[in-house]
Structures are given as structure tokens and as C-alpha cells.
Design a protein around this ligand. Structure first.
Ligand code: CP
Length: 358
């Protein structure tokens, strides 16, 4: 006999009935919150984004006091996370690791597949299923696109599925980066009527940059936003993202001329050349000076505009920019930890365990 179970699907954060393999035992699934796998930014709607931002702010404020930090450690003390990062990462790994610890969770990690049984020939599927035997959530970054989605599909078909969080999948998507970027934009524009109606520039290697691709998807949630893509022609934003923007009525324009658009921007999201995807050092041919922020560009940028960057950076933003009050990228990376705390709380339905005050 075939049974169905209710699990959140990667394409819809509401519960969806899916078929499973025939089961011989009674299946008891934990009550689902409205967020399970985090794979594809397109599933995020404005109420959930607003809720996550509010949650991130609540935990950020609580953590300012020792008492609040201790209260947060009691939120998920029985939960365990697997951090499976086989592609290099500094801030996504560290912010997830610390987000777990803030909530009292324990973490296990594999960062180098040569230390796992994959070297003995264990399949990707068996590795993921093995992680799920020991932990309550799998956070994963891979060089290949589609691996996190594959893991989530695998989880949807086993008796004890655990949520999978995509922490960066190839050059395709980086959904939790997009969430922290939204949080940074929302915080920065708090006194300027929110993200709605803002002109947001995205500059650099837009073709191979997963952060900008994911952030574009979330823009469908904000009214009147206009995007300006500033990129060398050979690294322009890809057609699939532009088709999505067209489909959702999000206005965008494309240029190679930063000077021409700089004074119109409310935010500029700078990215580096994604040299790790080069086959023969081809991106070194780009004149990066035309796609960089320095003192001259600072002078032309609106006084209340903000400068973002997912980091790590290259020469496209010099250290001189760090002193400018419009530089938000260090705050942005710290926001990542609070947003990832919020995501974990939401996945485990633990919002009710956050004290209002301490
Ligand atoms: N922004 C980002 O994903 O940084 P890491 O590669 O250091 O995790």
C-alpha cells in the first residue's frame, strides 16, 4: 500500500502532499511550521520576509544583554545541525555555526569531503541520509547547482525527513544571503519608507553571482522597486532572472556605465568577479576600475544611499570606503547571523520560546 505524508515542498513553503515509498510502520511526523526546506528564494512571500526580519531584530536586541543571550540558548538546546560545506566559505559557515550556538544547538561539520566516507565511494544520497540519522537540520553548500534541492527531495521521501537549507548552490542560488540582504535593506531604509520604491543597483559579475540572482527573486515582494544592472557585457545578468523580473512586473535596466546611473541609486550592491568559475582566467580581462567604488564614486553617490557587498571583496571596493557611513557591508555580514538565527527559529516553530523581554 502506498501512503502519503505531508511535508513542505521546495517549491511551496505550505505543506504539500507527496507520495512516498510503501511503508510498513505508522509514520509520525513532527508538526510542521510554515518553513521547512530553504532551497529556492522564489517561495518567499512578503509576510514571511517581514516576519523573519522582525524575528531577527528581536533576537538581535535580546542578545545584547547576558540575560537575553542566556535565554536564547534555551530556545533549541535539544536540536542538532549538520554543516556540510564542501565549497569554501567563511561568513556563511561561521554565521550558521554561531546562529546554532546562539540558540543552544550543537553542530557537526564536514568541510572537506576527503575526510568523509565519500572517498570510499558512498553516494551523495547515502551521505545526506546518514546526516539525517544524527541531526535535525542539514545546512549545505556545494560547488554544484541543484544539490540542496536534490537533498530536499530525498528527505521528502524518507520516514524521518529533516529540513535542508541551501547555503549556496554553485553559481545558481544563495537564498539565506538574499534573506540577510533584505534584512539589511529593510534596516537601512527603516526611516525612508522601507524597500518599496527604491532604486537598487547591482554591479559586477552578475552572470555568475548567486547572491544577486537570489536577491532579484525576492524583489517581487516590494512595490515599485527598480533594479539597475551595471556589469561588463560578458557578465550581464542572465536571461532566466530577467524573465522572472518581467513576469513579476519588476522594472530593470542594464548599463555598463556606472557614472551615468550612480546619482540615481538608493542602494548599490557591489559584487566581485567570480573568478572561481573561470576556465582560463578570462575575467581578468575586465577593466574592474569601471565597476568599482572609490572616493570619486562616493562623491557622486546620494548622501543617504547605502553600499552593500556580500563579501568577500576584491579590488571593487577599497578599504577607504569602509570609513564612509554609507558602507553597510560589515553590518550586512553580521545581519547574516541574526537572519540565520531567525530562519532556524522559524523552521523549528520556536517563535513562542523567544522571551518578549528579559
Ligand atoms: N557571502 C558569502 O556567501 O560569503 P562566504 O562565501 O564567505 O560564505
Amino acid at each position: 500500500m502506498q501512503r502519503t505524508i505531508s511535508v513542505a515542498s521546495p517549491t511551496n513553503h505550505e505543506a504539500t502532499a507527496i507520495a512516498t515509498e510503501p511503508l510498513s510502520e505508522t509514520l509520525v511526523l513532527p508538526a510542521r511550521s510554515t518553513l521547512f526546506h530553504v532551497i529556492d528564494p522564489r517561495v518567499f512571500e512578503r509576510p514571511l520576509l517581514d516576519e523573519l526580519c522582525d524575528l531577527a531584530t528581536r533576537v538581535r536586541m535580546l542578545a545584547k544583554s547576558d540575560e537575553g543571550a542566556r535565554a536564547l540558548r534555551d530556545v533549541l538546546p535539544t536540536r542538532r545541525a549538520m554543516l556540510y560545506f564542501t565549497q569554501p566559505s567563511t561568513r556563511t559557515f561561521l554565521s550558521f555555526n554561531n546562529a546554532c550556538h546562539i540558540l543552544g544547538m550543537r553542530t557537526s561539520e564536514i568541510r572537506d569531503p576527503s575526510t568523509s566516507s565519500e572517498v570510499k565511494g558512498e553516494s551523495f544520497e547515502d551521505s545526506i541520509r546518514t546526516f539525517s540519522s544524527y541531526v535535525d537540520v542539514i545546512v549545505m553548500r556545494t560547488k554544484e547547482s541543484g544539490r540542496a534541492a536534490q537533498a530536499a527531495r530525498l528527505m521528502n521521501g524518507i520516514p524521518r525527513p529533516v529540513p535542508v537549507i541551501n547555503a549556496g548552490s554553485g553559481s545558481d542560488q544563495h537564498p539565506t544571503q538574499a534573506l540577510l540582504d533584505i534584512y539589511t535593506l529593510a534596516r537601512s531604509f527603516d526611516g525612508q519608507g522601507s524597500i518599496d520604491g527604491k532604486v537598487i543597483g547591482m554591479m559586477g559579475d552578475l552572470k555568475r553571482g548567486r547572491t544577486v540572482r537570489s536577491l532579484c527573486y525576492l524583489m517581487k515582494n516590494y512595490t515599485g522597486v527598480r533594479l539597475v544592472f551595471i556589469a561588463p557585457e560578458q557578465y550581464a545578468m542572465q536571461a532566466d532572472v530577467k524573465a522572472y523580473l518581467d513576469q513579476h512586473g519588476i522594472r530593470y535596466s542594464e548599463t555598463t556605465n556606472l557614472d551615468g546611473v550612480l546619482p540615481t541609486l538608493d542602494a548599490i550592491y557591489v559584487t566581485r568577479m567570480q573568478t572561481e568559475w573561470d576556465t582560463a582566467g578570462e575575467s581578468s580581462a575586465v577593466d574592474l576600475g569601471r565597476f568599482s567604488i572609490g572616493e570619486r564614486e562616493l562623491a557622486r553617490l546620494k548622501r543617504d544611499a547605502i553600499i552593500m557587498h556580500p563579501l568577500p571583496r576584491g579590488a571593487e571596493i577599497g578599504p577607504v570606503v569602509d570609513q564612509d557611513p554609507r558602507a553597510m557591508y560589515w553590518r550586512q555580514e553580521r545581519n547574516g547571523m541574526w537572519m540565520r538565527v531567525a530562519v532556524l527559529i522559524k523552521i523549528f516553530g520556536a517563535e513562542g520560546r523567544i522571551p518578549a523581554t528579559v
